[in-house]
Design a protein around this ligand. Structure first.
Ligand SMILES: [Zn+2]
Length: 191
């Protein structure tokens, strides 16, 4: 429970600083982005502020950017709970990390395909996005069971056969490119 309180406080403070910034597009800066993604099991790269159609002066109408897509963001959901779906997706992301890391570290040249930067490189899903692949798989397997990982660090698939199926499913669909963090984030803001 103590951990949960810290999580809520961290997310609330982070979201507060976004709201206070008044910017239209707010890319996250490391290490905050890494910590928030770890806590939520997400892949946020930043936030876009949009006009709330009902309350135009509402500063909290945020859309998050993840894997090149933008979706409406509920900061209340974020600070109250990590949803079961987010927990499953976090485990799914960890399962394919060896694949995305292999692409990242094996790709030559070690530079962003858009701007040529060689730092903060990330494996980006070109199309379909990670979210789309994960959602497709979750239609086939509803309520994927999780168990604590070794040493209680994070959660992993309970059924290794389903995990293997997911890794193969993802590998068949994922198309990668190497982007730097900032190009990855601005790619998201265009959608
Ligand atoms: Zn770049």
């Amino acid at each position: 429970m103590k951990n949960r309180t810290l999580t809520k406080k961290f997310i609330r403070d982070t979201v507060r600083s976004i709201i206070d910034s008044n910017a239209l597009y707010v890319p996250f800066a490391p290490p905050d982005v890494d910590k928030m993604n770890e806590l939520l099991g997400t892949n946020y790269q930043g936030f876009v502020r949009k006009k709330n159609p009902v309350y135009p002066s509402d500063p909290r109408h945020l859309y998050w950017i993840s894997d090149g897509a933008s979706e409406s963001f509920s900061w209340l959901n974020c600070i109250t709970a990590i949803t079961p779906e987010q927990r499953i997706k976090k485990a799914m992301r960890e399962s394919v990390r060896p694949d995305t890391d292999e692409f990242k570290w094996g790709f030559d040249p070690q530079e962003c395909v858009l701007c040529g930067a060689s730092e903060h490189l990330q494996t980006d899903h070109v199309d379909p996005s990670f979210e789309r692949i994960a959602n497709e798989f979750m239609k086939l397997h509803k309520d994927i069971a999780l168990v604590d990982g070794i040493g209680g660090v994070g959660e992993v698939f309970e059924d290794m056969n389903i995990e293997a199926e997911w890794i193969a499913f993802h590998a068949q669909r994922a198309v990668y490119q190497l982007l730097c963090r900032s190009c990855n984030a601005s790619k998201g803001s265009r959608t």
